[in-house]
Design a protein around this ligand. Structure first.
Ligand code: TYM
Length: 342
């Protein structure tokens, strides 16, 4: 039986966090043998925010090595760099002619990120606005059925579905309309000190964030200082509104242990917050030590990393061509008489 396709992407725009791992990468690894998985390091998305030119390429290799260290099997999944497959940008232009200004303007990520531009609306780059169309192109090029993502990307995926539906209703069934795959718990890991906002690699306060390659003592210190609450006696229960700190810690533990929140609540009944933190510290340090050990070995193997990327991009290009060719046809663009070559 042929496997359905799963696709997802990650930006090489900074050091990856525990949020990236629990919300996304962990799912990528989990489904890698059940789906035909295609994973993309989205460097073109990353440049919608200012990037250091000497760091960007290096960071793409860092991300690849990290993904492998987390357990992705490069002989089984396709992994590549977005800018190595020009069809993503080509489809993005075409789909932008089938997307509406109004729907892009409503994207919360655009609204959040554009406020970083010191409220000067003249300085907001158009790439940031068009970002979700490139993301739709990433997904739709490969006839993707499933997109494993964290909660913050759900709105973008809904837009991708809408664009696919709109295009299909005009031209027939050109694109598979994808579903998202968001973990029940851990789809939005929050900041350690401000558990009402998402854990993000670009957080100004680094004490809010655990990085996958962070020094273990520093990780332990951050977890020890994480916010709980002042209930007396302490109650370890999941309640995002009234107990955001404890709920976040439970989500982290659930994400790392794969034990459901309900079972965790039962096992921590009557226990103290410090016992919950200690359990998380034990698990996080175990996972990160293992991951970091693999990472530092793999990261040195640059030839091997480049080989994976070139294999991945070659496969991706040939698959992407099939969809792009159909799109050119139905729109009515003239192909050259030597076939579908650009
Ligand atoms: P990015 O690079 O911001 O994040 C990569 C993945 O990590 C998830 N994530 C989180 N999950 C839980 N808690 C958190 N605190 C947390 N922080 C990040 C994100 O939801 C994401 O799944 N636009 C995407 C990249 C992209 C993409 C795609 C994804 C480009 N094209 C096509 C899927 C399909 C992004 O910026 O992810």
């Amino acid at each position: 039986m042929t496997k359905l396709t799963a696709f997802s992407g990650i930006q090489p725009s900074g050091d990856l966090t525990l949020g990236n791992y629990i919300g996304a990468i962990r799912q990528w690894v989990k489904i890698q043998y059940d789906y035909r998985c295609i994973y993309c390091i989205v460097d073109l998305h990353a440049i919608t925010m200012c990037q250091n030119a000497t760091q960007l390429g290096k960071r793409s290799l860092d991300v690849l090595a990290l993904l492998l260290s987390c357990g992705l099997d490069p002989d089984n999944v396709i992994i590549f760099i977005q800018s190595h497959v020009p069809q993503h940008v080509q489809l993005s232009w075409l789909l932008s002619c089938y997307s509406y200004f109004g729907e892009l303007r409503r994207m919360t990520q655009f609204k959040d990120k554009s406020t970083n531009f010191l409220n000067n609306s003249n300085n907001i780059n158009v790439g940031l606005f068009n970002y979700p169309i490139l993301m739709a192109s990433d997904i739709l090029l490969y006839q993707t059925s499933l997109v494993p993502i964290g909660d913050d990307q759900k709105q973008h995926l809904e837009l991708s579905r809408r664009i696919a539906d709109r295009f299909n209703s005009l031209y027939g069934r050109i694109f598979t309309v994808p579903d998202f795959y968001v973990p029940k718990f851990g789809s939005r890991i929050m900041s350690l000190l401000e558990p009402c906002k998402k854990m993000s690699k670009s957080d100004f306060n680094q004490k809010n964030v655990i990085f996958l390659l962070e020094d273990i003592d520093s990780v332990v210190n951050k977890l020890n200082c994480s916010i709980t609450d002042s209930d007396d006696p302490p109650v370890i229960s999941y309640d995002k509104i009234n107990k955001p700190g404890i709920s976040n810690l439970l989500s982290i533990l659930s994400g790392l242990s794969e034990v459901g929140i309900y079972d965790l609540e039962l096992s921590f009944k009557g226990k103290k917050y410090i016992q919950l933190k200690n359990k998380i510290i034990e698990l996080v340090t175990y996972k990160l030590k293992k991951l970091q050990k693999r990472y530092f070995l793999l990261r040195r193997e640059e030839d091997y990393l480049y080989e994976i990327l070139s294999r991945g991009a070659e496969k991706a290009r040939s698959e992407a061509d099939v969809t792009l060719s159909k799109v050119y046809d139905v729109i009515g663009l003239l192909k050259s008489n030597t076939g579908f070559k650009y």
